[in-house]
Design a protein around this ligand. Structure first.
Ligand SMILES: [Fe+2]
Length: 239
């Protein structure tokens, strides 16, 4: 017996079917039972399969992966499907396409599935409402952005992502943890001047205190910390 919206695969020929109407029978292909595909909702490490769903007004934008999934000839997202209460939309993709889709809908609840030809079926229903609100100047002033010079860098035992940075902000020395070890070597970071949020509430990670946050930008090609165009003294406040 099947259920509506289940996805089945033939492990012999590769046929994949999406159930539009449930029936009592068992699906058979190539003289063998078709396998019900598991919709995975959690991922270890860099998230590149789970759909990221953002809603702004009536526009729903879906991207596959916090870090965009590869779209190479032998490894890519074949399709993305958006399902609401009474409607569904599906976009078929090929290598080289961006693993994204956009629809217009007044519905509020959505389930989005993505299918990777290597890693199977993934699902998310976490819709983030994106509000285009302005902040006033006083709000901006609350964020203490400063130039910090990295004086030393150490790995953190037990963490694959985090590095422990010793930074100097003028006269002050402090420690900031940054999840950048996959993108930078220790040598590359030493003596770099970066931008930090200096008044971020301290927090503990892996038993170490982090006092601030290093600003960085990330896209499908990697991550870059924000550095200066000209040399400016550490501790200088950005405005
Ligand atoms: Fe994949």
């Amino acid at each position: 017996m099947t259920e509506s919206r289940q996805v089945y695969k033939c492990n012999i020929c590769g046929n994949i079917v999406n159930i539009l109407h449930a029936g009592m029978g068992q699906l058979v292909c190539c003289n063998a039972s078709m396998e019900l595909m598991n919709e995975k909702g959690q991922e270890e490490g860099l998230e590149k399969h789970l759909p990221v769903i953002e809603k702004k007004g009536d526009i729903l934008k879906v991207k596959v992966g916090e870090v965009a999934h590869p779209m190479e000839e032998n490894h890519f997202i074949e399709w993305i499907e958006v399902i609401s209460n009474n409607e569904s939309w599906i976009r078929f993709l090929k290598a080289g396409d961006k693993p994204e889709m956009e629809i217009v809908s007044k519905d509020k609840d959505f389930v989005v599935r993505s299918f990777c030809n290597v890693h199977g079926l993934w699902k998310s229903d976490k819709v983030v409402e994106s509000k285009n609100e302005f902040i006033n100047f006083d709000d901006f002033e609350k964020v203490d952005l400063r130039i910090a010079e990295i004086t030393d860098v150490l790995p953190i035992e037990g963490s694959e992502k985090l590095l422990k940075l010793r930074v100097r902000l003028g006269e002050e020395e402090r420690q900031i943890l940054a999840g950048i070890s996959k993108f930078y070597s220790i040598e590359e970071l030493k003596n770099k001047k970066v931008v930090v949020v200096a008044n971020l509430e301290p927090r503990m990670m892996f038993g170490e205190e982090s006092r601030g946050m290093v600003l960085a930008a990330k896209d499908e090609n990697g991550l870059s910390v924000i550095v200066l165009d000209r040399d400016i003294a550490s501790g200088t406040k950005l405005s």
